[in-house]
Design a protein around this ligand. Sequence first.
Ligand SMILES: [Zn+2]
Length: 197
Amino acid sequence: MSVYKNIAEFLEFINISNEKFTLFEWKPASSMRRFDLDLNIVKENPISDIFFHKDKGNMKIVYIRKHNLIYTVGANLKVQYQLLEALLEYVDLKFNEVYDVEVILSYGNFSPGLFNGFKQNTEDIIKNFADLNLIKRILVECRVCNAVLPLFVKKSVIEKADSYPVPIVFSHRGHSILCFIDQNFVHRGVELVNITG
Ligand SMILES: [Zn+2]
């Protein structure tokens, strides 16, 4: 549970950009790292409304393009992708609640510090992440590891599904299992799957 409860300790950055520039970026207080290169690669992907995952050395990157903004998060490899997706979904929700982004950007005289106030919102989201009720923790058995593992699933994935059970591929330790989750967040079977890519 520790990653989920203390997600702040595992995050490298959260970035909100449009095509041209960064609107907002959060980093841990001590971090001097820059992520321009990663963000440039992210911006090259024109596809909207789908989460993309990328492993980069000792960091996981998750990003999504939504209503002309690009949301990106970088985190330690220990953090399951679904947790990072849930985090970005909530950041997007809050950002658009706090700011009328489209109107603000349409003024054309954007100043870099305009969204600095969102730092506090972000700190609050990260601190209270486990209490936001965005995630379900489901225990699944992996026959390869011969162990019961915690699988973190976004509630939105299950709640917005067209049919049940919902299949989720859980990649871990170099192999993957396919888990079927029903509408009550109970897993209905686990299969070992072959992978390529
Ligand atoms: Zn396993």
